[in-house]
Design a protein around this ligand. Structure first.
Ligand code: AMP
Length: 413
């Protein structure tokens, strides 16, 4: 009887070694870059109480309304696979009293996230993000620092065709007033708008700015812009962020129509895109969320951060140049049936000395073993036969060595 072949669930995929290695390299670079800027790693659970996202991300967002993997545990509690990282980091900040530490508290994370979206290129139901958050300061230099760190991360990863869009949303009251103004504007020009935009005037009037419909686009040209409605201190904050970015020489486009899919943003918002990607071109984005810590039960605490999609970074990046991670790589060839014990000691000695080393473990012929040595990228084959010999895989030169230590020296060079 043969069983049906099983596959990974829709929208998820296995990360095979080549990609997994690229992802780890990116992880290493992120740790280095963010660590140098004072960000420390944090890990929060993949499962959270559903309420965290309902409160944090916002009941009215697409994420909470349509995209969460939510289920009841055996105790009847509603749990959700995290769709994003900021709410969990804020919960952890409050739960562990991090507001009592010297501020700002700077944290970074990476790991899997889950959204029940229609899968397509660059959009998955399980995806990985790297993210950074700074809690406890409303200084514009933190906004600018974080934006520059993400720019550096993308540049370091070799992401091509990067564009940065930047805006400010002001505070919640400004947004509410602006929402009413925009709804009134759209209401007055309803006949010029597309069916789709008309249907969402009440729910999400900002979407009108994203429309491709020519009538809607024309009608939106004179629409009021949130950036022109900012209160003086929010406008000043935004001007300071821009001045720091200008000083750092980072190019950006001011985009007053930038809307992000999460409710918690205040003031600065930004999104990095890559023109290399198709429809799903956002590689990373974020902004300030000055009310979120309070929303999840903490004291009023400003915060700002970003998250970037690891799959999309790698899709938009130049193919990685494989870095030599070990000074040498050896393949131990068994030319003698009794050689296994010696070969086993050899690979352990080679690895302890810093080389990469493998031994023959499937019973190939001598010729087959040398072919396998070449396939693994070995610089040397160590041949365990009547005598012990080391072969330089490039030149083909082969010479006898007296014992394990001499063989190790011959490989390491
Ligand atoms: P967001 O939290 O929606 O701002 O997402 C931040 C980044 O995560 C995006 O810019 C994408 O790079 C990535 N991302 C979000 N959703 C998905 C998804 N469904 N599949 C792959 N990457 C995603």
């Amino acid at each position: 009887m043969t069983s049906t072949k099983l596959q990974a669930p829709r929208g998820t995929s296995d990360v095979l070694p080549e990609d997994a290695e690229r992802r780890r390299q990116l992880g290493g670079r992120s740790a280095e870059l963010l660590g140098r800027a004072g960000y420390r790693p944090v890990e929060t659970p993949v499962l959270e109480d559903t309420e965290l996202f309902a409160r944090g991300v916002g009941e009215s967002t697409d994420i909470v309304q349509k995209e969460m993997f939510t289920f009841e545990d055996k105790g009847g509690r509603s749990l959700t696979l995290r769709p994003e990282g900021t709410a969990g980091v804020c919960r952890a900040y409050v739960e562990h009293g991090m507001h009592k530490l010297p501020q700002p508290v700077k944290l970074w994370y990476s790991g899997p996230f889950f959204r029940h979206e229609a899968p397509q290129a660059g959009r998955y139901r399980q995806f990985a993000q790297v993210g950074a958050e700074a809690l406890g300061s409303n200084d514009p230099s933190i906004d600018a620092e974080l934006i520059l760190l993400l720019a550096d991360l993308l540049a370091g990863a070799g992401v091509r065709g990067v564009r940065l869009r930047l805006s400010s949303l002001g505070n919640a009251a400004t947004r509410r007033r602006y929402g009413a103004e925009l709804r009134a504007y759209l209401g007055a020009r309803e006949s010029e708008l597309s069916e789709q935009v008309r249907a969402r005037i009440d729910q999400n009037p900002l979407r009108a700015f994203d429309s491709d419909d020519p009538g809607t686009r024309a009608a939106m040209e004179d629409a009021p812009r949130l950036l022109d409605r900012l209160e003086p201190d929010d406008a000043e904050h935004f001007a300071a962020v821009r001045e720091l970015l200008d000083g750092a020489g980072l190019a950006y486009e001011l985009d007053p129509t930038l809307v992000r899919g999460l409710d918690y943003y205040t003031r600065t918002v930004f999104e990095f895109e890559s023109v290399e990607l198709g429809a799903q071109r956002g590689v990373g984005g974020g902004g300030r969320y000055d009310g979120l810590v309070e929303e999840v039960g903490g004291p009023p605490t400003p915060g700002v951060g970003w998250a970037a999609g690891i799959e999309r970074i790698l899709l938009a990046a130049e193919p990685a140049v494989a870095a030599a991670r070990w000074p040498a790589r050896a393949y131990v060839v068994l030319a003698h049936a009794d050689g296994r014990g010696e070969a086993f000691r050899l690979v352990r000695a080679l690895r302890a000395a810093g080389a990469a080393a493998e031994m023959e473990q499937t019973g190939r012929s001598l010729k087959g073993q040398l072919r396998q040595a070449a396939r693994t990228g070995a610089t040397h084959a160590v041949i365990v036969g009547e005598a012990l010999e080391v072969r330089d895989m490039d030149s083909g030169e082969q010479r006898p060595v007296a014992g394990v230590q001499e063989a190790v020296r011959a490989v390491i060079g």
